[in-house]
Design a protein around this ligand. Structure first.
Ligand code: HEC
Ligand code: HEC
Ligand code: HEC
Ligand code: HEC
Ligand code: HEC
Ligand code: HEC
Length: 502
C-alpha cells in the first residue's frame, strides 16, 4: 500500500530532511546498542552518540517543515496552491490521516529518544572519560595524577561540579569557553591554579567527608633515601594530630579544628596563588568573638596596593592537591625506590636519578631519552664493572625512573611540582607555614603556633640500624637526616627543599 502524504511534503528539501533524520535515528539506536554491549568505549564514541547524532536528527526533522513551507510558497506564487494561509487538517482525507499518524508517532519516538539521549548525555558529559580524555593532550597531567591518587574512583564532576542543576549549567557554560580555547589553542600552559570559581569545597568534599566525623590521629610513614653511596634508607613515622571538628563531642583541638562548624577563619592574600597571607581573622560563630592575627614582619598595610583577595578558609586551603598530586623528584624517586622499581644496588642511584629528572626537557619523549642517557653514562663511566654485571637491572631501573617521571612531570603542558604547590605540610611549599610561621601575632600577643609538636608527633625516625622510637604520647625531637646543624630550626624546610625556591 502506498502511504500518501500532503502535497507539500513532496519536495527535495523535505525528502532530504526525512532521510537524514531516519538515517541518524538508526545510527543512534545502532551505536547506542553497540556501546551498551561493549560497556562504554572511548570519549569520542560518546561525543558522536550524544552530541553529534542528535544534531543531525533534529536538523533533519527541522528540514521537513522548512521544505514544506518553501514548497507551499512557490506553489502559491505559481497559482497552484490553496488560498488558505494555514493548512486544514481533515482526518477523513487519507493523506492528512497518514501525515498526522506519522507526525504523532514520530513525535513520541523523538521525545522518548531525546529523554533517553539527554539523560545519557548528561551522564556522559559528567563522566571521567569525557572530562579526562576528550581534550587528551591538555588534561593529561590532571588525568594521570588523578588515576594515581586516593580519589581515582571519585568522578571529576563530584569535586568539580557537585550536585544540583545550577552548577551543572555553570560548568557547561564555562566548558563552552574551554572548547573554544582548545580549538583556538589559546589555553594557558600550565592551566592556572587555584581554580577560579571552583565550587566551595564544603559543598563538594562534604558530600563524602563531613566535619562531624572525628578523625583522631593517623600515623604516616615517610620513607626517604639519602643521596649517598649506600642510598641510606631513612624512615620517619609521624603521627598526625588530625583531630575532630565536632563541638557536640567537645573536640575542639587538632588540625581539623579549622573546619569546626563553630569556627570561621578568614584570611587576606596578596597573590594569585594564595602564598602570601599577611592577615588572618578567626571568628567564633556562636559568640561572634573574633581575633585578628597579623604578620608582624610583613603587615598588610605595606602590601595593600597588590592584588588583595579575601577568602574564607575551607578544605582546599590545606587539601588543594587531593587528586592532582605532582611530586618533586626527590619524593617520587623515594617512592620508586621503596617499591623496588628503582634498584638500590647502584651506589648514588638516589642522587643520580634525581639529577636526571631535574633537567629541563621539552617533551616526555626527550625526557625518557635524556634520563636513560644520563643514568647509563654515569654508571658506565664511574662503575663500569657493576653496570656490565647488572645490565638488566640497570635497564629496569631506568624504566622505573622514566615511569615515575611521567606520572609527575609533564613537559608538554609545562606541569611540575613547582607550578602546583601543595598546601599540606611544609616540605615543598610553605603550606601550613603561610600562617603557622611564628610571625602571625594577635594584638594581645597570641601567636599562631609553629611548635613542631602542635600538628604531629614524630614517633620513630632514622636509618634501620639506628632507629629512635618514642611512645605515641611523646614526640621525638626532629633529627635532620643529613647534618645541617640547627639550620632547620630557623629556616623553613621548604626554603631548602623546594627547587627552585618559592
Ligand atoms: C577529589 C576531588 C577531585 C577530583 C576527583 C578531581 N579534581 Fe580536579 N581539582 C580538584 C582540586 C581541589 C583542584 C585545585 C583547586 C585549587 O587549587 O584551586 C583541582 C584542579 C583541577 C584543574 C586545574 C589545574 C590544577 O591541577 O590545579 C584541572 C584542569 C582539573 N582539576 C581537572 C580534573 C579532571 C579532568 C578530573 C577527572 C579526571 C578531576 N579534575 C578530578 C579536585 C578534584
Ligand atoms: C564521592 C566521594 C568523595 C568526594 C566528593 C571527595 N572524596 Fe576524599 N575520599 C573519598 C574516598 C572514597 C577516599 C578514600 C578513603 C579511604 O582510603 O579510606 C577519600 C580520601 C580522602 C583523603 C585521604 C587521602 C589519603 O592520602 O589517604 C583526603 C585528604 C580527602 N579524601 C580529601 C577530599 C577533599 C579535599 C575533597 C573535596 C575537594 C574530597 N576528598 C572529595 C571520597 C570522596
Ligand atoms: C589561613 C591561615 C592558616 C593556615 C593556612 C593554617 N592554619 Fe592552622 N590555625 C590558624 C589559626 C588562626 C589558628 C588558631 C590560632 C590560635 O587560636 O592560637 C590555627 C590553629 C591550628 C592548630 C591548633 C588547633 C587547636 O587549638 O588545637 C593546629 C593543630 C593547626 N592550626 C594545624 C594546621 C595545619 C596542619 C595546617 C596546614 C595543613 C594549618 N594549620 C594551616 C590558621 C591557619
Ligand atoms: C588546616 C588544614 C586542613 C583543613 C582546613 C582541612 N584538612 Fe583535612 N587534613 C589535614 C591534615 C594535615 C590531615 C592529615 C593527613 C595528611 O597529612 O595528609 C588531614 C586529613 C584529612 C583526611 C584523611 C583522614 C584519614 O583518615 O586519613 C580527610 C578525609 C580530610 N582531611 C578531609 C578534609 C575535608 C573534607 C576538609 C574540609 C571540610 C578538610 N579536610 C579540611 C588538614 C586540613
Ligand atoms: C602547623 C602544623 C605543623 C607544624 C607547626 C609543623 N609541621 Fe611538620 N608537618 C605538618 C603536616 C601537615 C605534615 C604532613 C604533610 C603530608 O601530609 O605530606 C608534616 C610533615 C612533617 C614531616 C614529614 C615530612 C616527610 O616528608 O617525611 C616532618 C619530618 C616534619 N613535618 C617535621 C616538622 C618539624 C621539625 C617541625 C618544627 C620545626 C614541624 N614539622 C612543624 C604540619 C606541621
Ligand atoms: C638549610 C637547608 C635545609 C633545611 C632548612 C632543611 N633541610 Fe632537609 N635536607 C637538606 C639537604 C641538603 C638534604 C640532603 C638531601 C637532599 O638534597 O634532598 C636534606 C635531606 C632531608 C631529608 C631526606 C632526604 C629526602 O629528600 O628524602 C629529609 C626527610 C629532610 N631533609 C627533612 C627536612 C625537614 C622536615 C626540614 C624542616 C624541619 C628540613 N629538612 C630542613 C637541607 C635542608
Amino acid at each position: 500500500m502506498k502511504i500518501r502524504l500532503p502535497h507539500s511534503f513532496y519536495n527535495i528539501v523535505s525528502y532530504a530532511g526525512a532521510a537524514i533524520a531516519i538515517i541518524a535515528t538508526f545510527m543512534f539506536i545502532f551505536l547506542y546498542a553497540l556501546s551498551s554491549f561493549t560497556h562504554g568505549g572511548t570519549a569520542y564514541e560518546g561525543i558522536v552518540i550524544f552530541l553529534v547524532i542528535p544534531v543531525f536528527i533534529i536538523g533533519g526533522l527541522v528540514l521537513i517543515p522548512v521544505g514544506m513551507i518553501i514548497k507551499y510558497r512557490t506553489d502559491k506564487k505559481a497559482g497552484l496552491a490553496f488560498t488558505k494561509e494555514f493548512p486544514i487538517l481533515d482526518l477523513n482525507i487519507p493523506q492528512h490521516r497518514n501525515a498526522a499518524l506519522i507526525f504523532s508517532a514520530g513525535t513520541i519516538l523523538f521525545l522518548f529518544l531525546s529523554a533517553m539521549g539527554s539523560y545519557q548525555g548528561y551522564h556522559f558529559t559528567e563522566s571521567v572519560q569525557f572530562c579526562g580524555t576528550t581534550c587528551h593532550d591538555i588534561m593529561i597531567p590532571e588525568y594521570t595524577a588523578y588515576q594515581n591518587s586516593p580519589h581515582a574512583r571519585v568522578s571529576c564532576a563530584e569535586c568539580h561540579v557537585g550536585a544540583g542543576a545550577n552548577w551543572y549549567v555553570k560548568s557547561k557554560l564555562s566548558g563552552l569557553h574551554q572548547v573554544y580555547a582548545t580549538i583556538a589553542k589559546t589555553y594557558p600552559r600550565p592551566i592556572p591554579t587555584p581554580v577560579k570559581n571552583l565550587r566551595p569545597a564544603r559543598e563538594t568534599c562534604e558530600e563524602c567527608h563531613w566535619p562531624q566525623k572525628t578523625y583522631g590521629k593517623q600515623q604516616r610513614q615517610e620513607i626517604h633515601y639519602l643521596p649517598n653511596k649506600d642510598n641510606t634508607r631513612w624512615v620517619i613515622d609521624i603521627l598526625m594530630n588530625t583531630g575532630g571538628g565536632n563541638p557536640a563531642l567537645g573536640q575542639k583541638s587538632g588540625i581539623h579544628w579549622h573546619i569546626n562548624p563553630d569556627i570561621q577563619i578568614e584570611y587576606i592574600t596578596t597573590d594569585e596563588k594564595r602564598m602570601q597571607i599577611p592577615q588572618v581573622t578567626m571568628i567564633k560563630i556562636s559568640s561572634g568573638d573574633s581575633v585578628v592575627f597579623e604578620n608582624k614582619e610583613e603587615p598588610l598595610a605595606e602590601s595593600i596596593h597588590k592584588n588583595v583577595q579575601h577568602r574564607i578558609m575551607d578544605c582546599i586551603d590545606c587539601h588543594n592537591r587531593p587528586s592532582h598530586i605532582y611530586r618533586d623528584p626527590s619524593q617520587f624517586i623515594n617512592i620508586a625506590m621503596a617499591s623496588g622499581s628503582v634498584s638500590t644496588v647502584f651506589p648514588l642511584i638516589k642522587q643520580v636519578a634525581v639529577e636526571a629528572c631535574m633537567k629541563e626537557y621539552e617533551t616526555t619523549e626527550e625526557a625518557g631519552k635524556g634520563i636513560a642517557d644520563y643514568v647509563q653514562n654515569f654508571y658506565s663511566k664511574n662503575y663500569p664493572d657493576l653496570a656490565k654485571e647488572n645490565a638488566d637491572s640497570l635497564q629496569q631501573t631506568i624504566l622505573g625512573i622514566q615511569a615515575a617521571f611521567s606520572k609527575n612531570i609533564f613537559p608538554e603542558m609545562k606541569v611540575q611540582w613547582t607550578d602546583y604547590p601543595d598546601h599540606i605540610g611544609h616540605m615543598t611549599s610553605r603550606g601550613c607555614f603561610r600562617c603557622h610561621d611564628g610571625k602571625h601575632v594577635s594584638q594581645s600577643g597570641k601567636i599562631i603556633t609553629n611548635k613542631c609538636d602542635a600538628c604531629h608527633s614524630i614517633v620513630a625516625q632514622g636509618p634501620a640500624n639506628d632507629m629512635q622510637y618514642a611512645s605515641s604520647q611523646n614526640s621525638l625531637p626532629f633529627k635532620h637526616p643529613v647534618d645541617i646543624g640547627g639550620e632547620w630550626q630557623d629556616t623553613g624546610c621548604y626554603e631548602c627543599h623546594s627547587e627552585p625556591p618559592i
